[in-house]
Design a protein around this ligand. Structure first.
Ligand SMILES: NC(=O)c1ccc[n+]([C@@H]2O[C@H](COP(=O)([O-])OP(=O)(O)OC[C@H]3O[C@@H](n4cnc5c(N)ncnc54)[C@H](O)[C@@H]3O)[C@@H](O)[C@H]2O)c1
Length: 382
């Protein structure tokens, strides 16, 4: 008999849809004893939230998240709202004994994140942060290759997350859909939004980051705020580049911007070791590029592994070799890891929890401090 985990979803925008898709797919493709049930969704607009509930198969809806977190028929709350609400909602969930699945970044800053970690760890409640890119087969495969020690000593890590959607001066900031451009709602710009993903992947594959030196820029200084109708100073970072040192002695360079004309979502990483190198690109997400110096020199070169065979992470649960998975599958795989850990709480967790996400938050904080002060900054460890 499977055990139902009754989910209460808060926020039904972009992430609300990716998570709802994962809740509806999991039990068809993966075998876990705990299975999600779409119990309720919460949004502030009654007509819109009702329509979402019907479309995505939620049994009920609420218009106030405080009512949702109090309900006895909810086991886990999924937080898919802007960043400035994560801490408040999570702390309330914990008070009401709910498991928490929270979108990234964990919080607006490390201080908020620490309060969340303290509360959740004292409660003993299961918790996850949706750093989903880890769960793409090619990214997990890269992690496994590095964890097996195949690269030998690691020298370099480099990562990008490039977009081009905020170049127009006429784009407003704040309010629905554009809260990312308002530091009060987002905490920061590309650092918390995009680099946080790169940092999570990097820490997972290559270990802790110990120090950073960063620069940021806000190219458009003022934008009309959607909520006030007034032109206001833009306080997010439009672009951020930073150098970093890892605990294992390797050096890194990270870059993110929303001003790289021609790039929609170019998320990449490359890692160079003594024996091998690996690289990956979100635009071709099923492939992992692989260079092996052990191959005789006249046959040596970069190869491209299509991570769709049954022996690749997660791929065997889907279609047949050679057929592609997409962005959305990363959420189903993350959810699978979470449900699996409910099946066997003693097993090592294969997903980022609040404490892992706090480590990423500390790197983001150090990056922003370094950009402000022009100094190298030591990263606090979680
Ligand atoms: N893991 C990823 O790849 C990824 C991608 C995008 C966004 N995110 C994160 O997910 C979160 C949501 O981002 P999004 O892109 O889905 O935003 P969105 O703007 O598409 O959706 C946000 C939703 O929250 C709702 N909301 C806001 N305040 C609310 C409140 N007080 N009560 C109830 N609902 C409320 C909005 O109405 C909307 O439905 C953010 O933290 C963001 O950083 C993660």
């Amino acid at each position: 008999m499977k055990k139902q985990i009754r989910i209460g979803l808060i926020g039904y925008g972009f992430m609300g849809r990716t998570h709802s898709n994962a809740y509806s797919q999991l039990d068809h493709f993966f075998d876990t004893q705990h299975v999600p049930v779409r119990q309720a969704v919460c949004g502030r607009n009654e007509e819109a939230v009702k329509e979402f509930a019907e479309k995505w198969g939620y049994a009920s809806y609420e218009t106030d998240w405080r009512e949702l977190v109090k309900r006895d028929d909810i086991d886990a709350i999924d937080i898919c709202t802007p960043n400035n609400s994560h801490a408040e909602i999570a702390l309330e969930c914990i008070k009401h004994g709910k498991m928490v699945l929270c979108e990234k970044p964990l919080a607006l800053n490390g201080e908020e994140g620490e309060a969340m970690v303290k509360a959740i760890e004292e409660s003993g409640l299961p918790n996850l942060v949706w750093y989903n890119y880890r769960f793409l087969p090619a990214v997990t495969h890269a992690k496994n290759i590095v964890a097996a020690g195949e690269l030998g000593r690691i020298f370099h890590y480099r990562a990008n997350f490039l977009q081009d959607w905020t170049i127009s001066e006429d784009l407003p900031q704040g309010g629905a859909a554009l809260w990312r451009l308002d530091a009060a709602a987002a905490g920061s710009g590309v650092t918390g939004d995009l680099l946080a993903h790169c940092i999570d992947t990097a820490r997972w594959i290559n270990g802790n980051i110990v120090s950073v030196s960063a620069m940021t820029e806000t190219f458009i200084k003022e934008r009309v705020h959607q909520e006030t109708g007034e032109k206001q100073a833009v306080t997010i970072d439009d672009a951020c580049s930073f150098l970093a040192r890892f605990e294992n002695g390797s050096l890194a360079i990270f870059e993110s911007t929303r001003y790289a004309r021609g790039h929609k979502a170019l998320k990449t990483f490359e890692i160079n070791g003594e024996h091998k190198s690996l690289s990956w690109d979100l635009h071709d997400l099923n492939r992992l590029s692989y260079f092996d110096h052990g191959v005789p020199s006249d046959r040596r070169g970069w190869s491209s592994i299509h991570c769709s065979d049954g022996d690749q992470p997660y791929a065997g649960n889907w279609w047949v070799p050679g057929l592609c998975l997409g962005y959305e599958h990363s959420f189903t795989h993350g959810l699978y890891e979470f449900m699996k850990s409910l099946d066997d709480p003693s097993a090592e967790k294969q997903y980022p929890d609040f404490r892992h996400a706090l480590g990423t938050q500390y790197v983001c904080d150090a990056v922003l401090e370094s950009a402000r002060t022009g100094q190298w900054v030591e990263v606090k460890q979680s």
